[in-house]
Design a protein around this ligand. Structure first.
Ligand code: FE
Ligand code: ZN
Ligand code: FE
Ligand code: FE
Length: 165
């Protein structure tokens, strides 16, 4: 398909995010399992539920647009998750692994924030006010997840990881 308008680019980028969210839903159970710190485990669990709602929001937007959600694979998310998987296979102290998990998760959140910020702005330009509002909601959630991870890292997890065994 030739992308000759911002509207088409918008739909294309929404498909990319849809694929990204689906991949995250596949990856999160492994991260939940791997996390040792209870607060980190819970943060991942909570974000899995939030992510399910984010997928539903995208479904709603595709319905509004009369377009299919499928048809694109987010290669960036594939790469981020692949790096995370490699990292989880390393032989690491559990405290250090928690710090590494936060680093991997924050890369993912930042990628999502960039994507949702972009489509939110495009929705505004295209006059899709309702969609812009829905996308802003998700953008806020990704931001909240990122901030929570920073708080966990700074308050306890990085401190625990820095203690030499
Ligand atoms: Fe998300
Ligand atoms: Zn992507
Ligand atoms: Fe880089
Ligand atoms: Fe997220």
């Amino acid at each position: 398909m030739e992308i000759d308008s911002l509207r088409k680019l918008y739909v294309d980028e929404l498909k990319d995010l849809y694929s990204a969210e689906k991949q995250i839903l596949q990856a999160l159970p492994k991260m939940i399992k791997k996390a040792q710190n209870e607060q980190l485990k819970k943060a991942f669990e909570d974000h899995r539920q939030v992510t399910e709602m984010q997928v539903e929001r995208l479904d709603r937007i595709f319905e509004m647009l009369g377009k299919a959600a499928r048809g694109k694979k987010c290669k960036a998310m594939e790469g981020l998750i692949e790096e995370g998987k490699e990292m989880m296979q390393e032989d690491m102290d559990p405290e250090v692994m928690d710090a590494a998990l936060i680093g991997a998760a924050q890369r993912i959140e930042h990628y999502e924030m960039a994507g949702y910020g972009t489509v939110r702005t495009w929705a505004q330009v295209l006059g899709e006010k309702e969609q812009a509002k829905i996308l802003q909601q998700t953008l806020d959630e990704e931001g909240d997840a990122d901030k929570l991870l920073t708080r966990l890292a700074e308050s306890t997890i990085n401190v625990a990881a820095a203690v030499e065994a």
